[in-house]
Design a protein around this ligand. Structure first.
Ligand SMILES: [Zn+2]
Length: 401
């Protein structure tokens, strides 16, 4: 195993995020290059989920005390929440999870079995007051955005839908070319005698076995509202980190009095699947930067083409080329810095562009250039650059513009 760069160093060099003491520890501020990555990941995940029948919702970042009393967060999770704030004589908390808001959407009108599974998805911002000693770049933060969804199912559909969700996780990681992952079944403490917990745990175990997936079991790692399957990703330095988890919740429907009318006309409680294949933007981008050493695939790379004019004489050609490619959707950056060519190339290298082109007198006169990718180079006319770039910039599925 060679030397592995920390994502914080890579992110600094690429202009991904920063943390400002006056804003607060663990509260990353995303810079334009970081937002390119977030936006692309969101577009990718939205499209995968759209194909599988998810519907998108948006809900506020805070809620009143009574919501978190009902959900159990104040009983089981308060140490991880920011202290409350008061307004209008009420007490509000920043949300540590999106679930309670989504349960309210389910409860906002009567539901029929015909609507189930109901899949509500949100890129939801949440806040968790992690210990200051645990904070680390983007991997441990206090403000994060989750690729979240809650799926409300008839208990009879639960096994089938868990299989669908496992399939979504696999498709997601396969398309992102992340192969080094494994599963962990996280169970409650053994002394927990609630038979409903056993039902949930057996169902998740069966879903893993039915798909022939190998997994390890971890007692005491469950969420407070149910057992879960964690996806463990192996990082470049050999560490293993939970990247996502799929949770089966047999209890929240009771707490929130959620019900639907079954095909037989009776009221029934749904079960709820919580899932977030990309976990949070923050941790996922940290992982992507570390496994790729910042050499992101073209569709995610903040800078796809760097254009370097050698002198003032090539500047107008560089700007015209960049403007044309920008109009075609390529993320192109013209180097406008001063200094020796070697120094300028070293600085540009830190941005990890997919390709670069140096324009000198010869290129200006012949309008032919050397288009240098990370691992190979081609010679072409300036008017062929767009076509030559295409293959390297293609996303892993059609994101619909
Ligand atoms: Zn949830």
């Amino acid at each position: 195993m060679g030397h592995v760069l920390d994502h914080r160093q890579i992110a600094d060099e690429m202009g991904i995020f920063f943390i400002d003491a006056e804003v607060g520890a663990g509260l990353p501020i995303w810079l334009p290059n970081g937002v390119v990555i977030r936006d692309q990941l969101e577009a990718f995940m939205r499209e995968l989920e759209r194909r599988r029948g998810y519907q998108r919702v948006v809900s506020p970042h805070l809620a009143k005390r009574s919501l978190y009393e009902k959900s159990g967060h104040l009983q089981f999770y308060q140490d991880d929440m920011y202290p409350s704030m008061r307004a209008d004589g009420e007490e509000f908390f920043l949300r540590p999870m999106n679930c309670p808001h989504h349960h309210k959407i389910f409860a906002s009108r009567p539901r029929s079995y015909r609507e189930l599974p109901l899949r509500l998805a949100e890129y939801g911002q949440v806040y968790r007051h992690e210990r200051s000693g645990a904070l680390r770049g983007l991997s441990r933060v206090r403000g994060l955005c989750q690729n979240d969804a809650h799926i409300y199912v008839d208990p009879d559909q639960a096994l089938h839908e868990i299989a669908n969700v496992l399939d979504l996780h696999e498709e997601c990681y396969r398309r992102l070319e992340l192969d080094e992952f494994s599963y962990r079944l996280s169970l409650s403490e053994s002394e927990n005698g609630d038979p409903l917990w056993r039902v949930g745990e057996d169902l998740l175990r069966k879903a893993l076995r039915d798909r022939g997936l190998s997994y390890v079991e971890a007692v005491g790692e469950a969420a407070f509202y149910g057992p879960k399957i964690d996806v463990q990703m192996r990082l470049a330095d050999g560490r293993e980190e939970s990247i996502a988890s799929l949770q089966l919740d047999l209890f929240s429907a009771d707490r929130f009095d959620l019900e639907f009318i079954s095909s037989g006309g009776e009221k029934r409680r749904p079960w709820i699947i919580h899932r977030a294949p990309l976990g949070s933007h923050e941790r996922f981008v940290a992982i992507l930067l570390e496994v790729s050493a910042g050499r992101l695939p073209g569709w995610l790379a903040p800078v796809q083409l760097a254009v370097i004019p050698m002198s003032e004489a090539e500047r107008s050609l560089a700007e015209a080329l960049a403007a044309e490619l920008h109009q075609k959707g390529v993320r192109v950056q013209v180097d406008r810095s001063l200094g020796s060519l070697g120094k300028r190339l070293r600085e540009l290298h830190k941005l990890r562009p997919v390709a670069r082109v140096v324009l000198g007198r010869k290129e200006r006169e012949s309008l032919r250039v050397g288009l240098e990718f990370r691992d190979f180079a081609v010679e072409c006319g300036v008017d062929e650059i767009f076509v030559k770039l295409q293959k390297s910039l293609r996303p892993p599925l059609d994101l619909g513009g």
